[in-house]
Design a protein around this ligand. Structure first.
Ligand code: PLP
Length: 469
């Protein structure tokens, strides 16, 4: 193969992989020559060959561009979702598909990013960059930025929960908080009580840490059954209990104060550590925020995990754990794994919370989520009501949709993908393949006319599918 053909081959395969996108300009002849070591003549011949094959088009005095008609690999690999193999592979597929900007991402786990206060956050980032000093990195080692921990403690105090800034550790999102919490209260082989259905992150963390799960059902109407929790604690030597008291993901249920208190007492009685995942706490639709179970725990064996990901910004990756007696152990564990959370980002959040109007943003966010969830609920119960039950909740932005047991929502998931819609099938949230007739729908996205059309097409496909089974 001549040298110019070798180069043309390399470039063609780069284009196929999506390294160069349709319409994008390739490096000039001179630059390509210096990048690759081929002579100018060889590069010119390679470009001309690709032009003759329709891969490149020459633009007068502006070099060569990738032809618009060239097919490149999708950057997220959306359509290659495998039949469910394991929770991990499947979660990865669903999350990747939901990141594609061309998708109507009803399977997405975060609220519509358009609802985050982007301009205010940018201002805070700029302010933080100006304040960063050479010693900032050391000032913010675990447990994390002092002011940020204080601001979080103050927000809890306003809700009626007394948490000292000293027991708070700043983490990379709630997921790191939850994962560190599990690590410090368990060792491989231990039993952990989780909900069923549960947030898939809980099952993944258990799998990664070699822990065993005992699950207790949570229903959209009644939540968790305390007698079932007690039976589980009697039957297995459970070390920790990971659950959500507010707007449980995926079913949306929030516990009553009575249940929170009774759970706190049960866990104390059986000496079980509480790992409370409270990421949706700020997203109540009306009234006041509810107190976490931690409020009712009389001992220090409770770890309350949360983040700004759902209420302010997901990409900053800032969360925390109010770790009670485990705070020191969490800090040590964090030092051994990630050392600390990004310093300028912690400082930007301090600036945001101190100088921008977080309460006003939360007010607007709650109101937008309430309206959008209502619109989605009305659409789904109006169009799907005859064959599915749509469960509504008093906060957050998820709807849990339940078909009759013979329906396989994985089939509907694939139909939806073909229409560029993602959904979160029920089996993502199950340990043993239950809930394969359910979906979680992200209702934070605006129902534009184009999206309504897509939903109508999906509805027709679902009806057709249900007629066949
Ligand atoms: C219930 C629940 N917990 C934790 C997380 C992770 O939160 P973060 O993005 O702050 O790590 C998510 C995100 O989807 C979630 O839904």
């Amino acid at each position: 193969m001549a040298k110019y053909e070798q180069l043309a081959d390399k470039l063609a395969s780069q284009i196929k992989q999506g390294i160069w996108q349709p319409g994008e300009k390739l490096p000039s002849l001179r630059k390509q020559s210096s990048l690759t070591g081929y002579s100018l003549m060889t590069v010119l011949h390679a470009y001309q060959l690709l032009e003759s094959q329709g891969v490149l088009s020459a633009v007068q005095r502006s070099g060569y561009r990738v032809a618009d008609s060239v097919e490149v690999a999708s950057t997220t690999g959306v359509m290659q979702s495998a039949e469910s193999v394991s929770v991990n592979d499947f979660v990865f597929d669903v999350l990747q598909a939901s990141r594609d900007p061309h998708m109507f991402s009803l399977g997405f786990a975060y609220p519509d990013p358009a609802l985050y206060p982007r301009h205010q956050l940018t201002k805070s980032l700029t302010a933080a960059a100006k304040q960063t000093t050479v010693t900032s990195a050391l000032d913010n080692l675990p447990p994390g930025n002092r002011e940020l921990r204080q601001l979080i403690a103050q927000r809890y105090a306003a809700r009626g929960l007394h948490v000292s800034p000293d027991e708070i550790v700043i983490t990379a999102g709630a997921l790191e908080a939850l994962s560190l919490s599990l690590q410090v209260v368990t060792k491989p082989g231990d039993w952990v009580l989780i909900e069923s259905p549960a947030f898939y992150g809980a099952m993944q963390a258990l799998e990664r840490l070699g822990l065993r799960a005992v699950s207790v059902e949570v229903t959209p109407d009644k939540g968790i059954n305390l007698a079932a929790v007690e039976r589980a604690l009697q039957n297995k030597p459970v070390r920790a209990c990971w659950l959500m008291s507010n707007f449980q993901n995926p079913v949306g249920y929030s516990m009553t104060d009575h249940t929170r208190q009774a759970l706190a007492e049960l866990l104390a009685k059986y000496r079980v550590a509480l790992i409370e995942d409270d990421v949706y706490a700020e997203l109540y639709s009306s009234g006041q925020p509810l107190l976490p179970i931690k409020h009712f725990c009389k001992n220090g064996n409770s770890l309350l995990c949360s983040s700004f990901s759902k209420s302010l910004v997901a990409g900053f990756r800032i969360g925390w754990v109010a770790a009670g007696e485990h705070a020191k152990a969490i800090q040590k564990q964090q030092l051994m794994s990630t050392i600390s959370t990004s310093v300028p980002i912690q400082m930007a959040l301090v600036d945001y919370l101190e100088t921008r109007n977080y309460e006003k943003h939360l007010h607007q966010l709650r109101s937008a989520l309430r309206q959008r969830k209502k619109a989605m609920y009305e659409y789904l119960s109006g169009h799907w009501g005859s064959f599915a039950k749509v469960h509504h909740s008093s906060g957050g932005y998820f709807l849990w949709v339940e078909f009759s047991p013979e329906v396989d929502t994985l089939a509907i998931y694939h139909m939806a993908l073909a229409l560029h819609i993602t959904l979160a099938p029920g089996r993502l949230f199950s340990l043993h393949g239950e809930y394969s007739h359910c979906f979680r729908i992200n209702a934070s996205l605006e129902l534009t006319p184009a999206r309504l059309q897509l939903l109508n097409r999906l509805t027709r496909k679902i009806i057709h599918y249900l007629e066949q089974i």
